[in-house]
Design a protein around this ligand. Structure first.
Ligand code: COI
Length: 357
């Protein structure tokens, strides 16, 4: 697809703040955005233009019936070469197509997706921070824009990509966080949209999230919808537990997001001698195994959050402390391997890093 370039003059462009420790998560955006329209049955009008507001029809499908999907990806400054690399972008391109199909939306073609990222990040590269824990976070988004209130899938879509330099997602950095196990509300049901990266999954989580935050917890751990006993995922991460030296995570059964970091962690763990099982675990087993000393570590894995050690679970009015609220050796090793590859500090035997040309 041909992209029109409508760029800011060099003199008006910004760059990443010198004090990268002040970045936080997504407080500022870069100079440009990519945008393309689907109308008259084809993708057209691809453009890279100055970052700015969108104008939508007040009856746009996304505003009423929530045809919306997005991706979360990161680009990292390479320590040795100073280049900027995307991490496994083809996984996000594929997942976005799968999410679009589930939500009956028009997918943005995978090849054009990767091309758009190359072009946009190529232009705004100097916004990529360099310190450990920072990156350029990428948010590709697809919304239904047709303005009409009859309930049906939109005939028109907008695909856009925005970029934001970020620091660690959690203020704790790479230190244990506290997690609230939600007993009443659920995130996803079998046959529902839990596997799709659609905004509705996140808005449905916000009430429980607020409750958790008010009680001093950082995230919510979701249980299955039927029996409220199997552990599914955490707000922004897939969840892992180490029991008797085996790393467990919930299987991809349709209610769980197919995390790119989840997949990377599983590969890294297996290739570094860990045993990994994708198996359903009950919250009761997790609590019992922690008390008996068999569960030695817990950590979450997600694009925004990277790897986040978990030091406490709150379940049924009880605080369950994991590994004395310390970072465990498995989380540490996997964090070092993952970030080592992402920042180009160690060899990337998988070809996961894709250099911005
Ligand atoms: C990500 O990890 O990239 C996500 O999309 C989660 C988001 C809610 C921050």
């Amino acid at each position: 697809m041909q992209t029109i370039l409508n760029l800011k003059p060099e003199s008006e462009r910004g760059s990443v703040p010198e004090d990268e420790s002040s970045l936080g998560f997504s407080k500022i955006f870069t100079d440009h955005m990519f945008i393309a329209e689907f109308k008259d049955e084809k993708w057209q009008n691809a453009e890279i233009k100055p970052f700015g507001m969108l104008t939508l029809h007040p009856a746009a499908n996304v505003l009423h019936y929530s045809q919306e999907i997005f991706e979360g990806m990161k680009a990292f400054k390479q320590e040795k070469t100073n280049g900027v690399s995307l991490f496994r972008p083809e996984m996000n391109a594929k997942r976005m197509v799968a999410s679009a199909k589930r939500m009956d939306m028009e997918p943005f073609p995978e090849e054009d997706f990767l091309d758009a990222l190359q072009q946009l990040i190529g232009i705004d590269k100097k916004w990529t921070p360099k310190s450990l824990g920072t990156s350029l976070y990428i948010r590709p988004t697809l919304i239904g824009t047709q303005g009409m209130l009859g309930l049906k899938s939109s005939d028109e879509y907008l695909f856009y990509v925005i970029l934001t330099p970020v620091g660690p997602y959690f203020p704790e950095g790479f230190n244990p966080i506290k997690i609230y196990v939600e007993e009443k509300y659920i995130r996803a049901v079998e046959g529902g949209v839990g596997e799709a990266k659609t905004g509705g999954n996140y808005s449905a989580s916000l009430l429980a999230f607020k409750k958790a935050i008010n009680l001093g917890y950082r995230q919510v751990l979701w249980l299955d919808a039927k029996e409220h006993k199997y552990v599914e995922e955490v707000g922004t991460m897939n969840q892992f537990f180490v029991i008797d030296d085996i790393i467990y995570t919930a299987p991809l059964d349709g209610t769980i997001l197919r995390g790119v970091t989840r997949d990377s962690v599983i590969k890294l763990a297996k290739d570094n001698g860990y045993k990994v099982k994708e198996e359903k675990l009950t919250i009761d087993k997790i609590v019992e195994s922690t008390k008996s000393g068999n569960l030695t570590e817990a950590f979450g894995a997600g694009t925004a959050a990277s790897i986040a050690p978990v030091g406490e679970l709150f379940y049924k009015n009880e605080k369950v402390i994991i590994n004395d609220f310390k970072v465990g050796p498995t989380s540490k090793k996997l964090y070092e391997l993952l970030t080592g590859i992402q920042y180009g500090r160690i060899e990337d035997p998988y070809g996961w890093n894709v250099l911005i040309k």
